[in-house]
Design a protein around this ligand. Sequence first.
Ligand code: FAD
Ligand code: NAI
Length: 470
Amino acid sequence: MWINDDLDDMKYEVDRILYHFAKKDPVKKKVVVLGSGWGALSFVRKLDPAAFDVTVVSPRPFFFYTPLLVGSTTGVVSPGAIIEPIRDNVPNANFLRVHCKDVDLENKKVFCDSGVTLDYDHLLVAVGAQPNTFGIPGVDKYGRFLKEIEHGRALRKEMLDIIERADVAMAAGEEDKAKRLLNFVVVGGGPTGVEFCGELSDFIKQDLKRRYPKIADYFQVTLVEALPGLLTMLLGARGNYVQEHLTHLGVEVKLNAMVKEVQEEKVQLKTKDGVIDMDYGILVWVAGVGMRPFTRALCEKIGKENGQTDRRGLLVDECLRVKGTRPGEVFAVGDCAVSGKPPTAQVAYQQGKYLGRMFRLGKDYLISDPQAPPFKYCHQGTMAYIGDSQGAAEIDPNAFIKLGRSSVTDHFWWRSLYGEQDQLRVMGPAGFAIWRSTYFSKLFSSRNRWSVMSDWLRTGMFGRPASSSA
Ligand code: FAD
Ligand code: NAI
C-alpha cells in the first residue's frame, strides 16, 4: 500500500550514503525537537545519529496513537495499548521530560521548566494544538475534552461514575435526575464527535443496557453541531449518510445549533427557532483545536511585521521553515504549523518525515536554500468509525496506484464506474473494515499491534470492562 513511500525512502538512503562518502562533517549539529507527537516522532526517526546531536523535549514521555483514543473512552481498547514509550522509539536521541517555556531566537537557545536551557543549531517546533473553546463561557469549567490520553481516561471514569449515580437516583425514586445524568451531550460534529457518538452508542447498546436494566431506557446521546451537516469538511454531502446512521442508532443529531454558554448541568444553544436550554449529565467538547499559549507567544515574539499574521499557528513556507526566522534554523510541523493543510496526523507525520529526509541528506543548503524541494502532501484518504461496526472511508486511489504518467481517476474505466468523482467513498461495514485494517497497520510498534488486537478480541468475546479502573 505504501510502495511509493518505500521507494522514496530507498532513494534518500542511497543519497545519504553517497553524501557521507563524499564528505564527513566532524562537528555534529545540535537539533532540538519540541514535542513527542506525530510530527516530532516521524522527524526524529529519519535523522542520522552520526550527523546530528538530537534532543527531544516534551512533557509527554510517550507517543500516543490518537486515532484510537475515542475507543479508549468506552474500553474497546485500553489506554496502555495505544501508547509507546518515546525512549524506545528514538534511540538516536536524548529525551527530556520538560515543557519548553520560551525560545531565544537571536542566541539559539530554548528555555524549559526545571531550569533546563538547551542550545540549538536547528529547532523543530512540533507542539501540536489544544482544544479550542472559542472563549465560550463555561466550556473550560464544565466541558470535558477529548484530545490527550488523560482526557480519555478521565472521561471514561466520569461516564461510569455518572451512570452509577443515575442508577442510585433511580433507586431513590429520583427519575428526573437519573434522566438528566444520562443525557450525554457531544458538541462538535467533526470526526472526533461523530466517532465518539458511534462508540458511545455501541457501549450503551451492547454493554450498559444489559448491566443497568433499571435505567436502560434513559440513556440518551445528543450530538450538537453548528453547521447544517456532519463531517462536512471530510465527506461533504455524504455526511447525510452518517447523520441518518447515527439517528438510526438512537443519537439525537441537532444541526444548525451553536453552543453559546455552558452552565453546570445546562447548556444554551442558539438554533433557528431561537435560544434553547438543554440539560446534560456530561458535556463532551470536541469542537475543534486551536493554538497553544507557547505557540502564540512564539508567533508574537517573531511578530506580525515579520510575517506571523495567522491566528491559528506558526506560518511556515513550502519547506516548513518558520516565516520571519533566520533561514534553516527554525521549522514547524503538524497542528502548530499553518501550511495550508488540515490539522491531521497524516499531515504531521508526512511533514516530519519530509523534514527528516531533508536533514538526513546532511546538506545544510537543502534546508536553508530557497531552491530546496518543497514539501508535497500526499492525501491517502480520510476515514472514521460511525458505530455499529460501520465506517465512512474516503480514499484517494492515486495515492496508492500509479498507472504510468496518468492518474487512476483519469482512466476511462474509472470514469465509467465513478463519473467525475475522484475519491473512492466506502460507507457501512466495508468502510469499517477499511478503517480498522488501515489504522491497525499504521500502529507504531508490534507491541501496540499485539495489545490492540487482544483488546479488540477481548471486547468481542466478553464486552467492554465495566469498571473505570479497568
Ligand atoms: P501532537 O501529536 O498533539 O503532539 C504534540 C506534542 O507536543 C505532545 O507530545 C505534547 O506533549 C508536546 N508539547 C506540548 N506543549 C509543549 C511544550 N511547550 N514543549 C514541548 N513539548 C510540548 N488525524 C488523522 O489524520 N487521522 C485520525 O484518525 C485522527 N484521529 C484523531 C482522533 C482524535 C480523538 C484526535 C484528538 C485527533 C485525531 N487526529 C487524527 C488528529 C491528529 O491526532 C493530530 O493532527 C496530530 O496529533 C498532530 O500531530 P502533532 O505532532 O502536530 O501534535
Ligand atoms: P473539527 O474542527 O473537525 O470539528 C469541530 C466541529 O465542531 C465543526 O464541525 C464545528 O462546526 C463544530 N463547532 C465548533 N464550535 C461549535 C459550537 N459553539 N457549537 C456547536 N458546534 C460547534 O474538530 P475535531 O473533530 O476535534 O477534529 C480535530 C482535527 O483532528 C481535525 O483536523 C480532524 O480532521 C482531525 N481528526 C481526524 C479524524 C479522522 O480522520 N478519523 C478523527 C478525529 C480528528
